[in-house]
Design a protein around this ligand. Structure first.
Ligand SMILES: [Zn+2]
Length: 72
């Protein structure tokens, strides 16, 4: 069975900078743009991340339905 969530690949690196000015480069939380060390685990960030994933899942589902690749 294929679900909309299966289509979500969230390979985003943390966009925050470390104290020495280098990019953090850790993986961001799913649906977010920063890692858990840089605020990704805060309640607001997690809520926004979840909204983003839901939007993405809906979009993927629509796209799959349109090209006929969605099967139960
Ligand atoms: Zn980070």
């Amino acid at each position: 069975m294929r679900t909309a969530q299966d289509g979500i690949r969230w390979a985003v690196k943390c966009r925050a900078h470390r104290r020495d000015g280098e990019l953090c480069r850790r993986w961001a939380i799913r649906g977010g743009f920063v890692c858990s060390k840089h605020g990704g685990a805060s309640p607001q960030a997690r809520r926004k991340a979840r909204e983003r994933l839901v939007e993405l899942a809906a979009y993927n589902l629509l796209a799959a339905l349109q090209d006929g690749s969605y099967y139960h």
